[in-house]
Design a protein around this ligand. Structure first.
Ligand SMILES: [Zn+2]
Length: 488
């Protein structure tokens, strides 16, 4: 199968461990689920590198002519165990608690902080951001379905999933039965009742003082982590969808277990393909709060600990794209500085090329194809960036350069156009070419924004679909305001 423009898209599927020719069920609506942030702390640059994978995937699909529907959950419960606070693992929660904040207030604060980070990273907004705390009825229904299929057992107020009921359990991650660690981040007190290490908790009693808790057929309590994601994915994308994205550290146990319980509950396949982003280290070391190297975007803006120039989120985005997403990344300040210089050279070169007389159309056409081949080869951004740098040395100029910048920045998102317009005085020229947005599209965008602000996401999503049907799309720009842009 070919994509709409003749380029075939290959993706590396972590589950089957091979390159797969992408063939979505519905090319007009490629359905994507990404495991989103746990909103009790700021996202660090390793988290953001993982979310960049989804952004590059969605942008690539759109440039290749697909329609997308992307869902990213917000994990807004869990991680509030007293034990963790006492161990001092999460100082932010401890501090917020000390200041008299509720878990809900903390979650709301860090959810906003996360969205701000996404805008700074130039991520396209997801089509839905389901909150775990708002999907507990779906999680309970999922566990009921598992119960009916005899895949559940209980003890001590805990309800467990019996992985021996899943044919092929372990195939996604390569984990061998009986060898895994009793991996369960949300099961502090219930290990005693588990029959085997891989079995995992579906429902557990609420410890004293827990703010998020619900009534269920198994008593008052709260759901396990794996059932959260499975229930939200099924609710928003159906029992079978195209792509599941996350960090490699989530492959086991989280993704193995989400898939196991979703397939048993529904009898369907769940995700067709699994994409995993590799780890990010800092100066060769794992990031941790105690080592002081768990950097956020604010830390990058401040600059190296010993002093020196800071870097923007988009500089970091560029740095990430100099490596393939499945290659482990070692963040260093020297590497970040080099990436920022490369980005700045790229923007300056495009600025000059855009102002020059039109030339190099043949080189532009060849490069356009090469760029598409690179992104179609498992989102190979280092190769795509090499194409971009190469064409700038080929004497391309004028309209040919501007057309490439438009198409390429729709994938790269490094500000090739905005900076070219702002910094060079080309703004007037571009303004003259700017298309008038039809009044009814502008009105729909305005209505969507007010619905979104009011928290009426279904209505906002429906409006966005209508805007897309009219040939436009809304993007939440760096400043936070929604802007319209012509599709294609
Ligand atoms: Zn998840």
């Amino acid at each position: 199968m070919h994509t709409r423009d003749g380029t075939r898209l290959f993706l590396y599927d972590s589950a089957s461990r091979g390159s797969v020719l992408f063939a979505p069920a519905d090319p007009e609506r490629v359905r994507i689920y990404t495991c989103g942030p746990t909103v009790y702390r700021y996202a660090h640059i390793g988290n953001l590198r993982t979310y960049l994978l989804t952004d590059l995937l969605v942008r690539t699909l759109r440039v290749l002519g697909y329609g997308t529907f992307a869902v990213q959950n917000i994990t807004d419960m869990g991680h509030m165990h007293q034990e963790q606070l006492e161990e001092g693992e999460d100082k932010v929660i401890a501090a917020a608690r000390a200041a008299g904040k509720s878990a809900r207030e903390i979650a709301a604060f860090f959810t906003e902080a996360y969205f701000r980070d996404c805008r700074r990273m130039a991520f396209l907004p997801a089509d839905a951001y389901p909150r775990a705390s708002e999907h507990v009825p779906e999680m309970i229904a999922l566990v009921r379905a598992l119960e009916e299929r005899g895949a559940v057992y209980g003890g001590g107020g805990y309800l467990y999933f019996d992985v021996s009921k899943v044919p092929g359990y372990g195939a996604l991650s390569g984990a061998a039965l009986g060898e895994g660690a009793p991996a369960e981040r949300t099961d502090p007190g219930g290990h005693l009742h588990k029959k085997r290490p891989e079995d995992f908790v579906l429902w557990m009693p609420a410890e004293p003082g827990r703010e998020f808790q619900w009534d269920s057929p198994w008593g008052r309590g709260w759901p396990g982590w794996h059932s959260e994601c499975a229930a939200m994915a099924i609710r928003h994308l159906g029992p079978e969808f195209d792509l599941h994205v996350g960090g490699i550290d989530l492959r086991f146990p989280h993704h193995e277990n989400s898939r196991a319980l979703a397939t048993v509950a529904t009898g369907k396949r769940f995700a067709a393909l699994w994409l995993h982003a590799a780890h990010l280290l800092v100066d060769g070391k794992k990031m941790s709060k105690s080592a002081g190297n768990e950097y956020t975007l604010d830390d990058l803006e401040t600059g190296p600990p010993g002093g020196g120039k800071g870097f923007s989120a988009v500089d970091f985005r560029y740095y990430c794209m100099t490596l393939h997403y499945a290659t482990p990344m070692n963040f260093t300040w020297v590497g970040q500085a080099a990436a920022a210089r490369a980005r700045s050279r790229l923007l300056a070169a495009f600025r000059r090329a855009a102002l020059a007389a039109t030339s190099g159309e043949d080189a532009a056409a060849a490069s356009r194809l090469e760029f598409r081949e690179a992104i179609s080869d498992d989102l190979n951004m280092p190769r795509a960036l090499a194409v971009v740098h190469k064409v700038l040395r080929s004497g391309i100029g004028g309209e040919a350069a501007r057309a490439l910048a438009t198409e390429w920045d729709a994938v790269l998102g490094v500000g090739m156009l905005s900076e070219a317009e702002c910094d060079s005085g080309v703004g007037g020229v571009r303004e003259g070419e700017a298309e008038e947005i039809p009044a009814e599209v502008a009105a729909m965008a305005q209505e969507r924004e007010s619905r979104r602000r009011a928290g009426d996401y279904p209505a906002a999503d429906a409006l966005r679909e209508r805007i897309r049907a009219a040939g436009y799309d809304v993007l939440d720009a760096a400043g936070g305001a929604a802007v319209l842009r012509k599709i294609g």
